[in-house]
Design a protein around this ligand. Structure first.
Ligand code: 16G
Length: 158
């Protein structure tokens, strides 16, 4: 386990996405969220490198089942720098998915809590997400609000 990994018990470890996670079925997990297309290991690595070379922008967290060596949950926080609100920043929650076999373990809450804390630490004035209509209720229970006149759900910090 690396320093930035947290043991969640139950053979599950929370950590940042790694360059070799293609082999741990990261793309397979994403296919439970949407169409992923044909993505080779090389393409995955190229995209990973591109994201890593854009500093302080992409924060991708995963939960790995270390016995099955399989990624079972993931979330991405995109840090968007703004001119508005005194050159503030906005956090965007993207590509949150929990493997169907691992639902009911509150992994989604854990991932959202981490990302909200991180957004606050990074100085974001809010963190927002877009989701399928049937998932709105799911996100509302974690404090995300569909504000009148806005087309996304968000949590505001200031
Ligand atoms: C959901 C995701 C979004 C993802 C999209 C993919 C969350 C909170 N929202 O809206 O991040 O990119 O689905 O669906 O995870 P699409 O392929 O139809 O755009």
């Amino acid at each position: 386990m690396t320093d930035s990994s947290i043991d969640l018990g139950d053979n599950l470890v929370f950590r940042p996405l790694r360059r070799d996670d293609y082999a741990r079925n990261y793309m397979g997990l994403l296919s439970q969220l949407t169409e992923v297309g044909q993505v080779t290991g090389e393409q995955y690595e190229r995209r990973f490198d591109m994201m890593r070379s854009t500093p302080n922008t992409y924060y991708i967290c995963v939960v790995e089942d270390v016995v099955k060596t399989k990624i079972v949950a993931t979330i991405t926080l995109v840090y968007e720098q703004k001119f508005i609100r005194g050159t503030s920043a906005r956090g965007r929650v993207e590509d949150l998915v929990v493997d169907t076999d691992y639902r009911g373990k509150k992994l989604s809450k854990l991932l959202l809590d981490v990302v909200c804390q991180l957004s606050k630490l990074l100085g974001c004035y809010k963190v927002s997400l877009e989701c399928k209509d049937h998932l709105k209720k799911h996100y509302e229970q974690f404090g995300f609000v569909a504000e009148a006149g806005q087309n996304h759900l968000c949590r505001r910090f200031v």
